[in-house]
Design a protein around this ligand. Structure first.
Ligand code: ZN
Length: 311
């Protein structure tokens, strides 16, 4: 059985695993994300002790340079996370382990994992939103993680902010009251004086939270029309939240889009993740598997991408 490696460097936790392209994990490790030096040397140490793999997929917190032609490919770009600006995750792992390294954002990796083994199976254009330490959205369009000049930063989009209803200024160091600034876990803790997991289901925090998340998701739907959306992350551990977001989102869509995918109540359209905490590292493994499957003579082949016809 062919094995590949997967790494999820999240804002709070780093997870490494070796597994197969059927989604089974052979060995894994998990520790808090600390300084880049310490975190990267633990990753290197993990793979030196683990069964050998030819390729490692990495889902990294962003912003991160994903352009394979860029001299700074694999670097975390300017980030408020102490010490991580310009940390070269991709190159360090390539150099220290002598393997091919493939990189995506943590949210795009989670989307790939859910698409392959979870709540997005069979869905070619999929959005995965995480609401936790930050807010991020991984967008798969026709099975590919979407990149433009950079990867999308949906968490930093603007959403309506009625200061008379919610005078909280937001926590984003760049934008104040962007979606992440208003609705990430640290925003909830700062606004209400208690972390999200301590806010009871009836607390008004949840109706407001649902309103912001639904506004963000409506924008995602109107911009890229994904076939399904998965809503995960630590803040969504509150079981009431998903149904509140569905209600608000359906109201915001206003019956404008006509698609059988948008079922009444959005219960099949906006769903919880199926892979839980493993989505990120399984997604990193899925990223590595896609590479091995695309190489000629590597066994199970992906359908060839259609080439533009010659004229
Ligand atoms: Zn922001």
């Amino acid at each position: 059985m062919k094995l590949v490696g997967g790494v999820e460097t999240g804002g709070s936790w780093c997870v490494c695993a070796v597994g197969s392209c059927t989604g089974s994990i052979t060995v894994s490790g998990r520790w808090p994300t600390t300084s880049p030096q310490e975190t990267l040397s633990r990753i290197v140490e993990f793979f030196r002790r683990a069964p050998q793999v030819p390729v490692i997929g990495v889902g990294s917190f962003g912003p991160v340079d994903l352009d394979p032609h860029s001299p700074t490919w694999g670097e975390v770009l300017v980030t408020p996370k102490p010490g991580w600006s310009h940390a070269s995750v991709g190159r360090v792992l390539e150099r220290e382990l002598g393997v091919k390294v493939l990189l995506e954002t943590d949210v795009a990796a989670a989307a790939l994992g859910e698409q392959r083994w979870g709540a997005g199976e069979g869905i070619a254009s999929l959005a995965y939103m995480t609401v936790g330490t930050g807010i991020g959205v991984g967008l798969l369009l026709h099975d590919q993680p979407w990149h433009g000049i950079t990867h999308p930063e949906v968490g930093h989009m603007r959403v309506p902010h009625d200061l008379s209803q919610d005078p909280f200024p937001g926590v984003c160091p760049y934008h104040g009251d962007c979606l992440e600034g208003l609705a990430c876990g640290p925003a909830l803790a700062a606004r209400w004086g208690r972390p999200a997991e301590q806010l009871e289901p009836e607390h008004p925090a949840w109706a407001l939270e649902a309103q912001y998340i639904a506004a963000g998701l409506a924008n995602v739907i109107f911009a890229v029309a994904p076939e399904r959306i998965i809503l995960g992350g630590g803040v969504t551990a509150q079981p009431r939240l998903l149904s509140l977001v569905r209600e608000d989102l359906e109201a915001l869509l206003g019956n404008y889009l006509q698609s059988p995918a948008l079922d009444h109540g959005l219960t099949h359209y906006l769903v919880a993740p199926a892979l839980g905490e493993k989505a990120g590292v399984l997604g990193a493994i899925a990223l590595a598997c896609r590479d091995t499957e695309q190489r000629p003579g590597s066994g199970e082949a992906l359908p060839a991408l259609s080439e533009p016809s010659a004229r």
